[in-house]
Design a protein around this ligand. Structure first.
Ligand code: ISL
Ligand code: CA
Length: 508
């Protein structure tokens, strides 16, 4: 079977929390290298690394001070090269995270822009004499005064993360150079952080200019050989038709939107305003995006990421049966799956003491009198807990940078020994994807089902697979015929799916 770049399964890895090897409590590149056998055995094709470049770390690497260097916290460039090399011997490639909307305020471009308005980098950031009303995503004004330049600069996020001015062609040129640097090193994918924000207009309010996003991507990618690359964009603000346009031109192959993640948020309010989760809405959202992206479009398939605490805790009360169901659904829908580290063992949000929270967004919210209940469900630290390798943790011999109480029974070691574990479900599903082209290219055909059940066929030439999923914790009776089962989770029989049961079978 010929695998195209978008058929790959991506393992999303938060380096800070994956594996520490020198006892400083922070995960590192050597730690990732040490776990390549595990990742290969799991069956993933590519690893997306959250930023490991030099950074003062206010937003854990999402304010980059030098895009072609490695932060000593994570290791060295030699160790990065060793990782790329050894990963490729495990049939795994590396995807780098490119933060192109903003840099760190310590980046030399910003320092040049601040000190030398008339120099070549003078206009590479967004400067105004007077601030406007725009709020930053982390709270507070999006404008900060620089006493050096005696003007205000714009920052979508923290004041230590000034936004670049993508109207200056030099910005796209710099990023083209950065991409080429990493391609040269053997990197085979890029995930572009908040890429829709590069096309923003900010007067009088912030709004998104799709044409500018498109132009910015074109300018940046024109000099780059992208034939062998997987290009992923984080772009919560784009519509399905805009996403399809970008895909058609191969400016991006896969795009993240956050509609499923927001199912437990009150629409139109901040992420901290919670409402209860309704599995019927999950079904509708999945159907909507699958339908919008059918034929030439293509979806991203993910439940969690380093910003999104575990849906298992938020929606499903940590129930391991629901984790198996979510795995089966994610790996049978049409699109590129992203498994976030720990998903495969059912890691939960855990408990973090109020004084242990570290994320800049959470701290800001708590300072402003935010509700701790919301933080316990939606605070980003919960997505960043150290990986559980063993009952004792196995992440670090020292004291982990982020402390929490977490279910110790959910760990890699124990699940490797247990044939019925969630980890084995992931392994089996990933190996089935390798032999069943219908799961990759097959067209989607929906089956009529009760509101909290989802069922569909994946049809590819002569081959046809059927997927039945109970999204709820109630048994559901149905009339959909099942053929020979390839894999099933939970309790099910011919006409009934037990709580969180899910089945992948042939149609005849
Ligand atoms: O994290 C969020 C809500 O809690 C999102 O709104 C997030 O800010 C948005 O998805 C952009 O995220 C990306 O850029 C941020 C960085 O903090 C995130 O970690 C990154 O994924 C700024 O670089
Ligand atoms: Ca370390």
């Amino acid at each position: 079977m010929i695998k195209s770049h978008r058929h790959q399964v991506v393992y999303h890895l938060y380096p800070k929390s994956f594996q520490d090897t020198n006892g400083d409590g922070v995960g590192d590149l050597n730690g990732i290298r040490k776990r390549l056998d595990y990742l290969q055995r799991l069956g993933v094709d590519m690893i997306w690394l959250c930023p490991v470049y030099t950074s003062p770390g206010y937003d854990h690497g999402y304010g980059v001070a030098d895009y072609t260097s490695i932060d000593p916290l994570y290791g060295s460039m030699d160790e990065m090269e060793a990782l790329i090399d050894e990963a490729s011997r495990h049939d795994i490639t590396i995807m780098m995270d490119i933060v192109a909307n903003h840099t760190s305020s310590c980046h030399k471009w910003f320092i040049a822009s601040e000190h030398d308005p008339d120099g070549p980098y003078g206009d590479t950031y967004i400067w105004r004499d007077e601030p406007t009303e725009v709020e930053s995503f982390f709270g507070g004004s999006a404008w900060t005064y620089s006493s050096i330049r005696q003007q205000y600069y714009f920052h979508s996020f923290a004041k230590e993360q000034p936004d670049l001015n993508w109207n200056q062609p030099i910005v796209a040129k710099e990023f083209a150079r950065i991409l080429s640097f990493w391609i040269e090193k053997g990197v085979r994918g890029f995930r572009f952080d908040v890429i829709d924000l590069i096309g923003k207009q900010i007067h009088p309010h912030r709004w998104l200019n799709f044409e500018r996003v498109q132009e910015g991507l074109r300018e940046m990618l024109a000099p780059v050989d992208r034939s062998n690359l997987l290009l992923v964009g984080e772009a919560g603000g784009l519509s399905p038709s805009e996403i399809r346009q970008l895909q058609e031109e191969r400016l991006l192959d896969v795009v993240f939107n956050f509609e499923t993640c927001a199912l437990d948020e009150v629409a139109g309010k901040s992420k901290w305003h919670l409402q209860s989760f309704d599995p019927a809405e999950l079904k509708m959202t999945i159907k909507k995006w699958q339908d919008e992206m059918k034929e030439d479009g293509w979806n991203s398939l993910f439940w969690n990421n380093h910003d999104q605490p575990r849906v298992l805790s938020r929606w499903y009360d940590d129930d391991i049966r629901a984790a198996k169901m979510l795995a089966l659904l994610q790996l049978t829908l049409r699109g590129t799956p992203f498994i976030y580290q720990g998903d495969e063992i059912g890691m939960t949000n855990g408990n973090i003491q109020q004084s242990d929270y570290q994320d800049i967004e959470t701290l800001r919210y708590l300072q402003q009198g935010g509700a701790i209940q919301s933080v316990q469900l939606k605070g980003r630290d919960h997505a960043r807990l150290p990986m559980m390798w063993t009952k004792e943790g196995g992440f670090s011999t020292g004291s982990a940078w982020l402390q929490a109480m977490i279910d110790a029974d959910r760990n890699v070691h124990d699940q490797q020994l247990d044939d019925d574990s969630l980890l084995q479900v992931y392994r089996r599903l990933l190996s089935i994807r390798k032999t069943e082209p219908a799961l990759l290219d097959g067209e989607m055909r929906w089956q009529e089902t009760p509101s909290t059940m989802i069922a569909f066929d994946r049809i590819h030439g002569e081959q046809s697979l059927r997927i039945l999923v109970n999204l709820s914790n109630h048994s559901i009776r149905h009339r959909i015929k099942m053929g020979k089962t390839l894999i099933g989770v939970g309790d099910y029989c011919e006409e009934e799916l037990g709580p969180y049961a899910a089945v992948l079978c042939y149609t005849f």
